[in-house]
Write a protein that binds this ligand. Structure first.
Ligand code: ASP
Length: 302
């Protein structure tokens, strides 16, 4: 059994404002990432390679809030966070507040595989990217007209989604490969109008991203401050491991109990040790996709 799930952010676009044409673009973007990740698993590749490929594809797609198309900071720049974790040895790598790395998920993976560290931020992370020969781009490369308009609307007090302040489109992937290894990856531009230097849950191991073989792999999306305080991804895996909840029960426990207690909302994608996929959210929608070796393949928004 092998399986993969991806998300393109919770919050979605309010249903009444999403045109059929735009919905098709979102679905196509999700399908491309899902199928690319699945192809890795199908060829006997690792869950780590599958989630890297899926997230990288979404980073390249300007519709999503990661890599190109990232949400913009107060000062109008893109500042990116990403993390990756594998479940066998529970190695992890993450980067935060980088402004020039074209694919932050690749840098997170290098941090995991080529450095002695787990989390590198800002200029130190970018120095490491240079040393590793990763592609660096001017910050303008990430900025889209749409994100500029969102920043303007946030500044004028009209948030664009049901997440306040708005984000939309963080991306993530979780996978189980044929060898039984789990992996999770998340990448984001964070939240529109965030302060410079603000770091969300995505690159924080246990908050936005977590994987442990025999238990589960989780990638989260939503208002990051709450996900950090709830240690959301770990909360789910701990509920499975120590309280004996099913993955679905554990996800509900987070989204319907723990996060509301704190005042937060969002969504998660998760896979259990048997490859069972759960995708749930407490927002209006969550861009998401799931595919497994038993023939499941679906893309959903609401
Ligand atoms: N969790 C992300 C953050 O707070 C945003 C999102 O998922 O929409 O940085």
């Amino acid at each position: 059994m092998y399986s993969i799930a991806i998300h393109g952010g919770a919050g979605a676009v309010p249903r009444h404002t999403l045109s059929a044409e735009r919905e098709t673009h979102y679905r196509d973007g999700l399908a491309a990432a899902l199928d690319l990740g699945y192809a890795v698993l199908e060829k006997g590749g690792s869950s780590l390679d599958a989630v890297t490929a899926a997230v990288r594809t979404l980073e390249e797609n300007p519709l999503f809030n990661a890599g190109r198309g990232a949400a913009l900071t107060q000062d109008g720049a893109a500042e990116l966070d990403a993390a990756i974790m594998e479940g066998r040895q529970q190695r992890a790598g993450a980067v935060a507040a980088v402004r020039h790395v074209r694919n932050p998920i690749e840098l997170a993976r290098r941090v995991m595989e080529k450095s002695r560290h787990v989390l590198l931020v800002g200029s130190g992370a970018e120095e490491f990217a240079l040393e590793e020969g990763l592609e660096l781009v001017p910050n303008t490369w990430f900025r889209t007209e749409e994100r500029r308009a969102q920043l303007e609307s946030e500044r004028s007090g009209r948030p664009v989604s049901d997440l306040v302040p708005s984000s939309q489109g963080t991306v993530g992937a979780v996978a189980l490969d044929a060898a039984g290894d789990l992996a999770a990856a998340t990448s984001t531009g964070g939240m529109t109008n965030k302060r410079q230097g603000r770091v969300g849950d995505s690159p924080i191991v246990g908050a936005g991203t977590y994987a442990k073989n025999g238990v589960c792999a989780v990638s989260a999306t939503g208002h990051g401050e709450y996900f950090i305080r709830a240690v959301a991804a770990h909360h789910i895996c701990a509920a499975v491991e120590y309280r004996g909840l099913t993955l679905r029960e554990a996800v509900y426990d987070l989204l319907r109990k723990r996060l509301p207690e704190l005042g937060g909302k969002g969504g998660v994608i998760a896979i259990d040790r048997g490859g069972g996929i759960v995708t749930e959210f407490s927002t209006e929608g969550m861009f998401r996709g799931a595919r497994d070796s038993s023939g499941l393949r679906k893309i959903d928004i609401y």
